[in-house]
Design a protein around this ligand. Structure first.
Ligand code: PLP
Length: 361
């Protein structure tokens, strides 16, 4: 068996030790005679797994006690809609800063529920930048301000937390949570689908300042109510136990590797190597994002002649470098280099890119 270096944007590569542990525990979890995925979510075994996952995530990300943590279904996209139902009155203003594709989906999800306002957008610039916070048109009566911390498709990342005054800042951290230290207290709410940097698809994490849960929000079913989920310990209905368990193993792996400080170091190193290979290619490769806001997680790049794209994808795959095709909205290539991607994977990519350029340049 040989595992490739997998640059998929999500579902993304998982750490090999996590997959091996899951494999070893698959048939008989901790001697109980069944897989964890065959046990009741109400039993002591799974309740223990869930509690450990929350404690480990709190330690990993540095989540203060006055923040609740929820493990939910519906991915990041469902949370994009639920934030309006839970924290905005019907038709209340909500401010959105759009720096790429996922900011656009976020605003689309809340349109039925709030007066969704575009406070700023870099769309005219092809999302190669983030609008300067001094130009944002924020509303005093907004329920929240929403940003996308890292735009997974456009490869644009906030490098500082913007200051937005007294209105709580909500952020989609799906593709960059736990990639570096994060000051949770600057946010009212953070959400993330797990399949980029936290583990498997099928579960999303919501981190919310507890006092915000006192807001009335809008009429909604219990299953769409964050307060009910908190009261029910994220088990209002049968939770995705397998995904929750795998996410928990991934949190333990990240802590054992040295936590977010260590991943910040590795991610800075990996992204520097890759951008240097692109910028130093004499125009053979190019990344079009303003260097000040280039993503450390998702690196879109183009070949100088798109007629070479097919050969690049075929030869890279043959070299054990998987899933480098760019998103269809942008074309070209994209390398997603989340926490699970080792430095050696990026080194192999950079070496391949040099070799390919020498043969086709
Ligand atoms: C992948 C992604 C989403 C969508 O996640 P789903 O879990 O598929 O709903 C939303 N926002 C960002 C930033 C993403 O990277």
């Amino acid at each position: 068996m040989s595992r490739a270096f997998n640059f998929s944007p999500g579902p993304a590569m998982l750490p090999e030790p996590v997959l091996r542990q899951a494999q070893a525990e698959m048939l008989d979890w901790h001697g109980v005679g069944a897989s964890i995925v065959e046990l009741s979510h109400r039993g002591p075994e799974f309740i223990g797994v869930a509690a450990e996952a929350e404690a480990d995530l709190r330690k990993l990300v540095g989540i203060p006690d006055d923040y609740a943590v929820l493990f939910l279904q519906g991915g990041a996209t469902a949370q994009q809609a639920l934030v309006a139902l839970n924290f905005a009155e019907p038709g209340q203003a909500a401010d959105y800063v759009i720096s790429g594709h996922w900011g656009k989906t976020a605003i689309k999800q809340v349109k039925p529920y709030v007066d969704a306002r575009i406070a700023a957008t870099s769309e005219a610039d092809g999302f190669r930048n983030i609008p300067d916070p001094s130009t944002w048109r924020l509303s005093d009566d907004a329920a929240y301000v929403h940003i996308t911390a890292n735009e997974t498709i456009h490869g644009v990342e906030f490098r500082d937390t913007p200051k937005v005054g007294t209105v709580p800042l909500f952020a989609d951290f799906s593709s960059s949570i736990a990639s570096e230290p994060l000051d949770v207290s600057k946010y009212g709410l953070i959400y993330a689908g797990a399949q980029k940097n936290l583990g498997p698809v099928g579960i999303a994490v919501v981190i919310v300042r507890r006092e915000l849960l006192e807001r009335a929000g809008q009429p909604r079913a219990d299953i769409f109510d964050y307060r009910s989920h908190l009261k029910g310990e994220s088990m209002l209905n049968t939770p995705p136990t397998w995904n929750w368990y795998l996410a928990g193993l991934t949190f333990k792996w990240m802590l054992a590797e040295g936590g977010v400080q260590e991943f910040a170091r590795r991610n800075a190193q990996k992204s520097k190597m890759l951008y240097a290979a692109i910028d130093g290619s004499g125009g053979f490769y190019r990344n079009e994002v303003d260097p000040a806001v280039r993503s450390r997680m998702n690196v879109p790049f183009f070949l100088y002649d798109e007629a070479l794209d097919k050969a690049f994808l075929k030869e890279s795959a043959a070299a054990g470098l998987m899933a480098l095709k760019g998103h269809r909205a942008l074309g070209g290539m994209r390398a997603s280099i989340y926490n699970a991607m080792p430095v050696e994977g990026v080194q192999a990519l950079v070496d391949f890119m040099r070799d390919f350029r020498e043969r086709h340049g």
